[in-house]
Design a protein. Structure first.
Lengths: 154, 85
């Protein structure tokens, strides 16, 4: 741990605990994360009995050296972006804990759990109603979006 | 037999009495110090909120300073107030 910044030390601990006790259907690309602790790829399986059963997704986590005081930048990447009312087709996720409601007591593990539960509680696969406009006009970084959180049902 | 003690050296151990082992912000042990400090003890103390949650003082101060509006406990999101009792 010597020579690591405070953010990297915390991320190293999180990586170890995510390897040992991952939430169901979640696995982290350990080799990639160990090369650069500030950028992780997490694989996520759709939960059995939900609309996403049998699908698999990839999440990208980007951290700054202000982590955990600054929230991670979390987006879906790859060729299967879940079709969900809070997930834009460019992979951006409308989830309050990723911006306004972030707390340094949260972690990669708790963010993964929130996303798993957000997907699992979905009743109808559809894109957000403003998807086309948002995807055309948004910043590359979802943290620069002024999200308007209004729907707690999914 | 009678023993006369001429001198002695006292040894003591200490630990913080907290309701958890690790700081919820930096995840380092309370009996260690925050990641910005080198030595545990009085220079890197623990502080408690009125909500009863406890953190390294340096960790909670960094968090509160990064929050412009609502200063909340990272664990329970209640308004953060130092417990001065």
């Amino acid at each position: 741990m010597a020579g690591m910044s405070p953010s990297e030390r915390r991320l190293q601990k999180e990586l170890m605990s995510l390897m040992k006790e991952p939430p169901p259907g979640v696995s982290v690309d350990v080799d990639l994360a160990e090369q650069n602790l500030l950028q992780w790829i997490v694989h996520m399986e759709g939960v059995t009995g939900t609309l996403y059963e049998g699908e698999s997704f990839q999440l990208q986590f980007k951290f700054t050296n202000k982590y955990p005081f600054d929230s991670p930048e979390v987006t879906f990447i790859g060729n299967n972006i879940p079709v969900h009312p809070h997930v834009y087709s460019n992979g951006h996720i409308c989830l309050s804990i990723l911006t306004d409601d972030w707390s340094p007591a949260l972690s990669v593990q708790s963010v993964c759990l929130s996303i798993v539960s957000m997907l699992s509680s979905c009743k109808e696969k559809k894109r957000p109603s403003d998807n086309a406009f948002y995807v055309k006009t948004c910043s590359k970084n979802p943290k620069k979006t002024k999200w308007w959180y209004h729907d707690d049902s999914v | 037999m009678k023993v006369i003690i001429k001198n002695w050296t006292g040894v003591a151990t200490w630990k913080w009495i907290a309701n958890d082992d690790n700081c919820g912000i930096c995840r380092m042990p309370f009996d260690g110090c925050c990641p910005d400090c080198k030595l545990p003890g009085d220079d890197c103390p623990l502080v408690w909120g009125e909500c009863s949650h406890c953190f390294h003082m340096h960790c909670i101060m960094k968090w509160l300073q990064s929050q412009q509006v609502n200063q909340q406990c990272p664990m329970c999101r209640q308004e953060w107030k130092f417990n001065n009792k």
